[in-house]
Design a protein around this ligand. Structure first.
Ligand SMILES: [Zn+2]
Length: 138
């Protein structure tokens, strides 16, 4: 099964290290600290090479939307939205919402997990953000 980014970027966006939460493959500028996903080789602010940086999956929902007419490759409606990651970037991804659970909304804390999304013939391992209480946030 492909991972998000492998088809479009030629490499997975998901980073795994034993004993740690999965992260996103990004970059950071050693000069200004600008963090980006996917990784940039050069900083957009000035001519400096960026370094690889694992962007953590903890963040806060900036905005969410219910995708009621699923696009090609998806069978069921789902929630998606922009997540303001604690490490800096704003990232668009699916937001988990079980039946009976309240709609995801601005300001709720989330943690990234990696799950298979999409229909059986087009599944991809991708970041999905699950809501966590502030008390449970690390
Ligand atoms: Zn920079």
């Amino acid at each position: 099964m492909n991972e998000l980014g492998e088809v479009s970027l030629g490499r997975s966006l998901i980073v795994r290290h034993p004993g740690k939460e999965p992260a996103l493959a990004g970059s950071r500028c050693p000069e200004c600290g600008d963090v980006r996903i996917p990784m940039r080789t050069r900083c957009g602010n000035h001519p400096v090479d960026c370094e690889q940086f694992d962007v953590g999956g903890a963040g806060t929902i900036y905005e969410s939307v219910h995708i009621s007419i699923p696009p090609s490759g998806f069978e069921n409606p789902f929630w998606a939205g922009f997540i303001d990651l604690d490490d800096g970037p704003r990232f668009f991804a699916q937001i988990a919402c079980a039946d009976g659970e309240s709609a995801p909304k601005h300001g709720e804390r989330v943690q990234m997990v990696v799950e298979a999304i999409g229909t059986a013939d087009a599944q991809v391992l991708a970041p999905v953000f699950k809501r966590v209480s502030d008390d449970a946030a690390v």
